[in-house]
Design a protein around this ligand. Structure first.
Ligand SMILES: [Zn+2]
Length: 260
């Protein structure tokens, strides 16, 4: 059989187990099963929440729950991850961040709310973060770490026992880089993918995807002259990002489903 250069990634995928990213169709290396990733998400969520303070702002909490539920419902209806969804608003006005771990475990730091401004702005962020989980980006990153030497059971045991190195490496792979102090950011390719999938996902949840442009422009204005906030530091350059989002808007708008 003639081996061409285009055949090689596929051959590698057959030999090493790959998954296909939804929407973009990219083949990604994935050596960690969904069950293990979801358990790692759950363990990491419990550990992160134990260090944090839940917000007592009732209106903000209700908004986070509403937006998270619409994004989760759209994710289940269209991508069928079978997650046990959970969302928590954390009282942390200095942290401009949010994440969604494998298994559908979402955290929103109150510091991002002045920038999201309203439900559509929050939907931009939660759809983007949920897209990382749906696209198995954490598994893809974890598959390239030395932690794989422990095997799936070994990784779960090490994180369950709160072994610092394992907790840090898994947290970094799941995109908690800023919190655990290890810079192993999502790659630019993963970030662009999360933007693209997130746009489609928010449209399927009944939010206007063009609001993503406004949100990212507010993030640019916020971070001007400051250190980039955690949420931005691992992301593609803002002008590239907005241009790519504008190119992807027609596809996202075609996926719009009005919320009942
Ligand atoms: Zn991201």
């Amino acid at each position: 059989m003639k081996i061409t250069s285009t055949a090689r990634p596929l051959a590698l995928c057959i030999a090493m187990a790959c998954t296909t990213v939804p929407i973009t169709g990219r083949k990604e290396l994935n050596l960690v099963g969904d069950g293990t990733m979801n358990q790692l998400g759950q363990q990491t969520y419990a550990q992160e929440l134990a260090k944090a303070k839940p917000s007592s702002d009732q209106a903000a909490n209700a908004m986070v729950q509403r937006v998270a539920k619409r994004i989760a419902d759209a994710a289940e209806a269209n991508f069928h991850p079978g997650y046990q969804w959970q969302a928590t608003l954390l009282d942390d006005p200095k942290t401009v961040n949010a994440w969604c771990l494998p298994g559908g475990k979402i955290a929103v730091y109150s510091g991002i709310l002045p920038i999201t401004q309203d439900e559509s702005g929050l939907a931009v962020v939660l759809a983007h973060e949920t897209a990382h989980a749906l696209a198995h980006h954490g598994a893809e990153r974890l598959s390239r770490t030395q932690l794989m030497q422990l095997g799936e059971t070994g990784i779960l045991a090490a994180v369950g026992a709160a072994k610092p190195q394992a907790v840090q490496a898994v947290g970094a792979a799941l995109g908690l880089g800023a919190q655990v102090g290890v810079e192993l950011p999502f790659s630019r390719q993963q970030e662009s993918e999360a933007d693209h999938i997130g746009l489609v996902l928010m449209a399927k949840a009944g939010y206007d995807p063009s609001r993503a442009v406004d949100f990212w422009q507010r993030m640019v204005a916020y971070s001007k002259g400051k250190e980039p906030p955690a949420f931005l530091s691992d992301h593609p350059s803002s002008s590239d990002r907005v241009a790519a989002i504008q190119r992807e808007l027609p596809e996202a708008k075609a996926n719009f489903v009005a919320h009942q």
